[in-house]
Design a protein around this ligand. Sequence first.
Ligand SMILES: [Zn+2]
Length: 475
Amino acid sequence: MYRRNIFHILLPLALCLGVFTTYHLFVKDLSPATPEAPAPVVDSAPSPSIPIVSQAPARPTDEELKQARAIDPAVIPDTPSSQLLEAVRDEIERKNFTVAERRLANLPPSLLSDAKAKPYIAILWNNLGLEQERIDGTKASVKAFKKAAALDSANPVIQLNLAHAYWELRDPALNQDFLTALTSLAPNEPFPHLAMADLLYDQDHLTEAAAHLAEATERAGKDPRVQSYLAAVTAKVRHTDAVESRMHARNSAHFMVKYDGAEDHGTWTTVLEILEEAYRDIGQRFSHFPAKPIVVVLHTKDTFQSATGSPAWADGLYDPVLGRIQIPTQGATTDTQWLTHVLRHEYVHALLHDRLEGQITSLPVWLNEGLAMQLAGDPWPDLDQAMPNGGSVIHLKYLEGGWGQLPQNAATLAYLEANSATHYLIERFGMSRVAELLNAFKAKATVATALQDKIFLSYDQFHQQWLDTFLHKHS
Ligand SMILES: [Zn+2]
C-alpha cells in the first residue's frame, strides 16, 4: 500500500516540529486513494494527537563552550620544597595520575600555606583534573578542580574549569553567587553569562535571562557557531518574555501554568489536575520525577501559532530550549479529553528531557514519540489495525531525526511505527531495560550501540523481531 521507497522522502529531513491530526484524517491518509488532506482541524472526537518536540537550534557541545583550559606548569616557584612540586609535575607529564594525585594530596601543610607555592599547586590540581576528565569524564575530575579552585580563587582559568564541571554535572554549587564572581573574574568569557541565563530561566526570570544571553552572545566572537546559537536563543527568550509577560501564572506542587487572556480559574484548575495526575501516574510507571517545576503555557487558539512559531497545523509542543510545554486552548470550552491527551503526551517529552539531562538529541525521535504515546495512553490504533493489508514500514533508523517536514501520511506512519515499536520494546524487555537504554542515550550512545549493549540485539535484529511480531498478528 505504501510506496516502498518512502524513506527516500524521509532521509533529507532534519527538522522537528509538532503536527496534530485527527483520527479521521489519518485513517483517511492510510488510504492511497485519498487526496492530500487539508490542514488538520481539531474536532471534538477523541483524537490521537501528534504534538512533538519543537525544533531547537543545535546547542554547542560542551567542548565548544570550553576555552583554553590547561595552564603551563613550566615555571616552578622558588620555595624550599620546589623539588616536591617538580616531582608532581613530572608524574603528571609521565601520565602517572594516581601517583600524582597521591603526592598532591600529601603535600606538607607548610607548602600549602606558602603564598608563592599555593597558586602553583592549584595549577597542578587543575592540570591533573583535565587529564582525569579526558580519561574518566567530569565526575572523575571535579574533585581536582575543586581543590585547584580552593587554592587559587583568583585564577580565572581554574574557576572556569570548575564551573564547566559543575555545569556538566548539574551541580547546584553553580549558583548565582559563584557565577557573579566568575563574570568579574573572567569578564570576557561568554560561558558564565550563558550559565547564569540558564539559572534565570529555570526560575522563569526571562528578562534577566535574555540580558545575560545577550552578554554571552557579545563575548562569543571567537566561535561563530556558538555565537549564532546564542543569538537565536536570545531572540527566542526575548520573544517568549514578550508573549508571556502579560500572562497570569499559577503554581501547583510540580507545575507553573501560564494562561493567556482573561483569568480563567476553571481551565487552570482542570489543567493543573490533569498535570498532577500525569506527574504521579507517569512518574510511577517511568520511575522518574522531574527535579524542577515544569512550565506549561496555555495560549489562546489564535495566538498559539505566532507565539510559538509553529506551523498552522501544530497543536501542542514541547520546547526543549526553554523547557516549556505549549498548548493552544479555548478557555473553558476546551475539550477536557483532548486536553488530557495533549498534556500527558507533552509531559512525557518534558520528563524525558529532564531524565536525559540535556542529552535529548541522543534519543531517537521514534523512541521519544513512542514513549510519549505509550506513557500518555494516546488512543492510537495499532499499526496492524491501521495497515490491515500490510504495506511497507519505514526502517526505524530513518526515524531517528526530526519529523517536522514529513508529509502528513508519512508522519502518520512514523507515529504509528514509533508507538508500535516502543510498545514491543516495553512488552518484550520491560521498563527497566527501557530505563537502561535511556541511561545509554544520556551517556551519548548511538542507537545501535545502546540496543546492542542493553537488549543484546543489533538494530536490524530489533527491527526484524518487532516486525515479525507485527506480521505474525496478521497471518
Ligand atoms: Zn510527541
